[in-house]
Design a protein around this ligand. Sequence first.
Ligand code: SF4
Length: 313
Amino acid sequence: MKDFAYTRARSVAEAVSSQGKFVSGGTDLLNLMKDGVESHDLIVDINGLPLRGIAVSGPVLSIGALARMSDVASHPLVRQSFPVLSEALLDSASPQIRNMAAVGGNLLQRTRCGYFRDIASPCNKRVPGSGCPALDGENRGHAIFGGGDQCIAVHPSDLAVSLLALDASVRTSKRVVRLDDFYLTDPVRETVLEPGELITAIEVPVGRFTSRYLKLRDRATFEFAVVSVAAALDLRGRRVCDARLTFGGVAPRPWRSTAAEDALRGKDLSAATIAAAASAAVRGAVPRQHNGFKVELVQRAIKALLTDLGSVR
Ligand code: SF4
């Protein structure tokens, strides 16, 4: 690991003006630095900032960016009113990591693409212009949506997928950005955050949706999603008045299918409607040599989740 300077920020203003790399739990950043994937001259510890609160404020649930994953997952309000959040968090990582990792940092974690994390490999995300060995190499875990010819890595955050389903926003030191607009598919610029911009809170609209999360992975714990689905429905009886369907493990950013949502909106939730949504969700998929199974898996995940959510027989 390269040498770096370390300081503790005493205020958001001090953190923002520091020009350094923010760290809270450090559960991803320290590994990246140890492996030589990232290096930073100055690490700014933001754990002393008062950004851990979880509370309803007017029409939104506000979650401080430094709230730990485990604290959010177990919060009674989150468990009762936003089960998709609690489920996504409890399906993430290990209990030890959930106790350390902050939700703001979770949204910014880097891809698990093995080539990205191996500095002996070329990688357009790590060294722009060096190539993408995943395109014709080991791409079982890679994107079937939203990738191009530069990078097909997938975003690893379960939390981001669940928040996108809830139409959440990110509050930063300078603005509020809807999660719909927060992530980019550019291999180098992954979010709209500008240098020095600090996430201070996550804001979730209250009372809009019934929600659930389903994560499919290679083992039952401490594993990233092969495919995940988050569903947020405004259900009146069987009628779907509004719907948001989002996916993990399939795209360089948390992925949303408005086509699948359109197939649900205004319809009764039935086996036929769910099948139509599943089929719409994978339209336009671009599978690679080793990940074609994800096209089927996405559809099965949607059917399982919506059938359960709507108690469809
Ligand atoms: Fe790098 Fe992206 Fe290609 Fe992985 S998929 S090797 S992160 S450019």
